[in-house]
Design a protein around this ligand. Sequence first.
Ligand code: UGA
Length: 316
Amino acid sequence: MKKALVTGCAGFIGSHLTQRLLNDGVTVIGIDGFIDNYDVAAKLRNLAEIGKHPAFTFHSTTLQTGRWDIWLENVDAVFHLAALPGVRNSWGKSFSDYVSHNILATQELLEACLQRPKPPVIVVSSSSSVYGTMQGTVTNENAPLRPVSPYGVTKEAMEQICSVYVKAYGLPVTMLRYFTVYGPRQRPDMAFHRFFRQMMKGEQVVIYGDGQQSRDFTYVTDAVEANLLAAQHAVPGDIFNVGGDREIKLIDVLSIMGTLMNLTPRITYQNGPAGDSLRTCADIQFAQQRLGYKPKVTLEEGLSHQLAEIRSQSKG
Ligand code: UGA
C-alpha cells in the first residue's frame, strides 16, 4: 500500500490509524468533518502529531462535500472511519444526522470508488452494536443482527449497502465490527474517558444501570492492526468481529481503574438512556484465521496507557 485515504482521520481510531500508516511509510489523505462528540480542541490535539508529517494531506470537510476525484486520486486503500458515533445520542431528531453520516455518506463513498479505473480496497468501520444484546457464550459474525439503538440500525444498514456493492460489482469492501474501543484519545462521551476524569476530579462515577453489563473492550492499537490486516488479507464482502482480550463487567473494570489510581471509586447508579446493550462478547476466530488478528494489549495495560494520557493532559 502506497497511498491511503482515511475518513475520520481526526477522530479516536482514525487518528491512531493515520499515525500508524504514516509511520509505515504510507502517504495519507485525511478527511475529517469535525461532526462527532469531540470538542474541536480535542480533535485538533489528535491531529497535532500527524499534521506535521510531510506525507499527510488534510481536508477539513464532511464527506458530503463530495470531492472524491481529489480525495481518491491514486489511492490504493480507503479506511472509512468517518461516522456519527455513540449509541446513547442517536434517539430523537438526531437520527436523521446518523442516517446521513453513517449510511448516505458511505453509499457515496462506495459509488465514488466504483467509478475509479481500479477501485481501491475499502475497509469500513462497523460496530458490535449491530448485534444488540448478545446471547450464548460468544458471538460470531453469523449471529442474528438485532440492534437495540437507532445508531446500531444505521451501522447495520451501512453494512447492508456495502454488501450490495460487493455482490453487484465485486467492489473490494470489508467490514470491521469493533467492540467498544478504548485507549488514549477515547471519545469524551465514552465510559472509560468519563470515569477516569470523574475520579481524577474526586467526583462520583456515574454508572448507567447496575454496572453488571459486560463488554469485550478492545484496545485502540488492536483495532488499528485489524484495519491494516483487513486491507491486506480480506476477501471482498468479509465481515470481522474485532474484539479485545476478554469480556468483563463494567463494575469490575471500575475496580481495576480504582487500583490503578490507588483509590476506591465512589459510584452513583443512574438509569441510562435506552439502547444500551447488556452484553457483548466477540468470537474472533474468523479474524484470527483469515487475517491473523490477535488482540495484543490486555485490559490492565490498555487502561494504564489511557490513564497516563489523561493525567498528562490534565497537567498540560
Ligand atoms: C461504544 C461506542 O460508543 C460506539 O460508537 C460503538 O459502536 C460501540 O461501543 C460498539 O462497540 O459497538 P458503548 O459500548 O456504549 O458504545 O461504549 P461506552 O460508551 O464505553 O459504554 C460502555 C458501558 O458503560 C455502557 O454500558 C454504558 O451505558 C456505560 N456508561 C457509559 C456508563 O455507565 N457511564 C457513562 O458515563 C458512560
